[in-house]
Design a protein around this ligand. Structure first.
Ligand code: ATP
Ligand code: MG
Length: 790
């Protein structure tokens, strides 16, 4: 055994070795950035297979992003001669999709179900709100979508939510109507992917038993960012005590998705519920030089409530962390391009250079500077290829070929390019559909007159294209629909259409690349239509919708046409397709999407108060700690060189902002930094002081804005609804009778103070108190005895 595996194991340190070769038992690895967690996880899979303890079919590995799962497949492929593509390695959403494709019937879904991305889902909700004749000001579609996603993440269906007040009652009704609409249209949103598969496992013992037997090993990376439903889902596949080898790997300091319901507490629950014998810790960092690591360690040490880890490196100090203050965002971009070019000249690949930013909106200036300098770059997330309007139009036509009952797609293109179908006709159509409970496609017959015949011409176009392209390759299908739909012509005639036409061409390239990569194509098996389950063909669903050529998954027998597979890919992997594949390009991404990755050189831009830390998160300690973890993630991506930049002014959404440098600069070790520009006074002096005290008063930037010092900032990130914070504070207040924000409290050691904030709940409840002479303190209410004073 040792012989066979010596190659795989020879570079591991003793702790890593122990983790890789652990027996089949539940294990939890808690370790800092760059300590080899992902490497251990990947090596363990390879080792288990190499030593004959595992077949490729009996392992499931969950990662957090598509990029990370690709990386794991690549690393695994490099270690072992197996076809990693057939293995269950992917993101939670990717694996759920796979699961539901295999069990669509049991899950109550149409075979060609399509996935709604976040913005599709909001527009679907908008339609529901409109149909219910509700006020969009009171029921803001985006907020309703949070409500619904939140409920789904708690595994709650409309019937499970307590209708405590009128508002909630209506929200539940919207949720219900939205569910019905999605079901009718054969579409599901991201949260539904998780919930559906969770419910299927929960309610179907045969399926559950099958998968529990099948997977002898389940491994989860980035476990600190799992939410409640994901953890529950995991327990369906590997319940505690069933004896499977479950390995969870995480770092509490890198938990950065609390705003999406991530629960660091899942780690402690895992340890307890799976009776983990000994938590494995890895303390050696293999990624970064010590100037970088010292910066990360020093910064994160400011956070309270940490599980506690150490992280050291044997690498020398390396280059200092370089800090640059720019006069404008434009200058910041210019500077970083010059630095990046210099690094490239010094021999660093472009793909080893990452530019990170806190908010997506920041990318545009950097992108245009890179573009003007002729430097290839690639953007992950943000303005995604698959989200560009013309691409979405094309995808909608393709979706209709797959599933004509997809009302979202129907509405998007029924009159694009224009074909004489006005708003009135659409309204009539929607009414007819609503009355009969059928899809728009199925209801076109109900609209009379000219509009009616135009609608029929539209559905005729879809049907005939579907017939015409039977048995064609994916490329041919897309080429045909681009012509037949009139999209190509429309953009050819549009004077600004050149770039959009290019994107449509790029869509064909993307499809081509996808087909090659997925192994569809010439040898794809073409089964006759009647071998399909008849259930796939529902009423009003033309028989021709059945895939003409498709490849069943060798293992699961899961069936999907190349087109369906490609559409799924487009929904799930949006953002991975901008740069030409294989081109050496500078990597642009938000800090959130950089998690788990590493680069030789990293630029963190926009380190300004209000931007990073983000102003939506600055007003409470939880938010600030999450921002600090985000910064920790950003810093620890760098192997050799780290650059930090901020700018005095910044244009965002057409407004100039005047900035103060981020407080994070004061939390980094001076010895590790090298200021390329003179270090200014920054946070804590002059204007910054005014700003800080405004912030501490709780009035934030706005009051300074009001004083005419700064223009109102406008970022496009999603604020946490105030009401949720208030509700949380109220809950703590209820638990700790008598405490009131803004009122006096007494503490045995610190004396009298003023209670500023209440948050958390139960054992986790916290209070922020200003004790005057003793300063501002955060107190755990389960420990600190606070008595209210009048
Ligand atoms: P993160 O928390 O950022 O996800 P991680 O703990 O998953 O980090 P890895 O990405 O697995 O860390 O490893 C970081 C780097 O260190 C990788 O380049 C990896 O190949 C390297 N590495 C890990 N262990 C060793 C080792 N024993 N010897 C040499 N290099 C190692
Ligand atoms: Mg990792």
């Amino acid at each position: 055994q040792a012989l066979a595996s010596s190659g795989l194991l020879k570079n591991l340190n003793p702790e890593q070795y122990a983790a890789v070769t652990l027996g089949q038992e539940p294990a939890l690895i808690l370790a800092g950035a760059g300590s080899g967690k992902t490497r251990v996880l990947t090596t363990r899979i390879a080792w288990l297979m190499q030593t004959g303890q595992l077949t490729p079919g009996s392992v499931m590995a969950v990662t957090f992003t598509n990029k990370a799962s690709k990386e794991m497949q690549t690393r695994l492929g490099a270690m072992l001669p197996v076809n990693v593509r057939g293995m269950w390695i992917g993101t939670f959403h990717g694996l759920c999709n796979r699961f539901l494709r295999a069990h669509w019937k049991l899950a109550g879904l149409p075979q060609g179900f399509q996935i709604l991305d976040a913005s599709d889902s909001v527009s679907a909700i908008k339609r529901v709100i409109k149909a219910m004749k509700l006020d969009e000001e009171r029921f803001v579609p985006k907020q309703v979508s949070w409500f619904i996603a939140g409920a789904k993440e708690d595994a709650q269906r409309p019937g499970d939510i307590e209708p405590r007040d009128e508002q909630t009652k209506t929200l539940i009704e919207i949720y219900k109507a939205y569910e019905d609409q999605c079901q009718r249209e054969g579409v599901i949103d991201f949260a539904e992917l998780m919930l559906r598969s969770y419910e299927l496992m929960r309610d179907n013992p045969a399926v559950r038993d099958h998968y529990q037997r099948r997977f002898s090993h389940i491994l989860v990376d980035e476990f600190q960012d799992t939410n409640k439903l994901q953890y529950a889902w995991l327990k369906m596949f590997a319940p505690p005590g069933r004896g499977q080898g479950v390995m969870a790997v995480g770092d509490d300091d890198q938990s950065i998705y609390a705003f999406r319901g991530a629960r660091v507490g899942n780690m402690a629950d895992f340890e307890r519920e799976y009776r983990v014998k000994k938590v494995i810790k890895l303390e050696q960092n293999y990624r970064s030089y010590s100037n970088i690591l010292d910066s990360a360690n020093e910064l994160i040490s400011r956070n309270s409530r940490r599980l506690g880890k150490t992280l050291r490196t044997d690498a020398g100090p390396g280059e200092p962390v370089r800090v640059y203050e720019a006069a404008s965002d434009f200058a910041e971009a210019q500077w970083l391009i010059e630095e990046a070019q210099a690094l490239h000249r010094a021999g660093i690949d472009r793909k080893e250079i990452a530019v990170l930013y806190r908010s997506n909106a920041q990318s545009r200036v950097i992108e245009s500077a890179l573009f003007n300098a002729g430097i290839p770059y690639r953007v992950y997330g943000g303005l995604r290829f698959f989200e560009r309007a013309e691409v979405k139009h094309a995808l909608s036509y393709l979706r209709l070929l797959e599933n004509p009952n997809d009302d979202t797609s129907f509405l998007r293109v029924v009159n694009f390019p224009t074909r004489g179908i006005g708003a009135r006709a659409i309204e009539l159509l929607q009414d007819a559909a609503r009355m009969s409970g059928r899809s728009l496609y199925q209801s076109v017959g109900a609209v009379a007159g000219k509009a009616g015949s135009n609608l029929q011409a539209f559905t005729g176009l879809i049907d005939s294209t579907r017939n015409l392209t039977q048995g064609h390759t994916l490329r041919e299908i897309i080429e045909q629909i681009l012509e037949i739909s009139g999209l190509n012509e429309f953009y050819r005639n549009d004077k600004d259409g050149a770039e959009r036409l290019e994107n449509l061409g790029e869509l064909i390239n993307a499809a081509e690349a996808f087909v090659t990569q997925e192994g569809f194509g010439k040898d794809a098996v073409a089964l006759p239509v009647d071998e399909l389950s008849p259930g796939a063909i529902s009423e009003g669903f033309p028989a021709a919708v059945a895939p003409a050529n498709f490849t069943p998954d060798a293992e699961t027998g899961e069936i999907m046409s190349p087109l369906a597979a490609f559409l799924t890919h487009a929904s799930l992997e949006a953002g991975d397709n901008q740069a030409q594949a294989g081109q050496d390009a500078v990597q642009l991404m938000t800090v959130h999407s950089s998690k788990g990755l590493e680069f030789d050189a990293v630029f963190i831009t926009g380190l300004e108060e209000g931007l990073f830390p983000h102003e939506n998160s600055m007003s409470d300690s939880d938010g600030l700690e999450e921002e600090r973890r985000l910064m920790y993630v950003a810093i620890t991506r760098a192997r050799q060189r780290l650059y930090l930049a901020f700018s005095q002014t910044r244009m965002l959404h057409g407004q100039t902002r005047y900035n103060v440098k981020s407080r994070f600069f004061d939390e980094l070790p001076e010895h590790a930094l090298k200021w390329l520009t003179p270090r200014n006074q920054g946070f804590g002096s002059g204007f910054a002081k005014e700003y800080q005290s405004a912030w501490e008063r709780g009035s934030g930037l706005k009051s300074v804005v009001g004083a005419g010092r700064v223009e109102k900032p406008a970022y496009d990130t999603t604020p946490v609804p105030k009401s949720m914070k208030q509700a949380a504070a109220q809950k703590v207040a209820d638990e700790h009778g008598g405490l009131k924000v803004g009122k006096g409290v007494f503490h045995t050691k610190f004396g009298e103070g003023v209670l500023l904030t209440l948050e958390g709940s139960g054992a986790d409840a916290r209070a922020q108190v200003n004790f005057g002479r003793h300063g501002m303190k955060w107190l755990a209410l389960s420990v600190a005895k606070l008595t209210p004073i009048d």
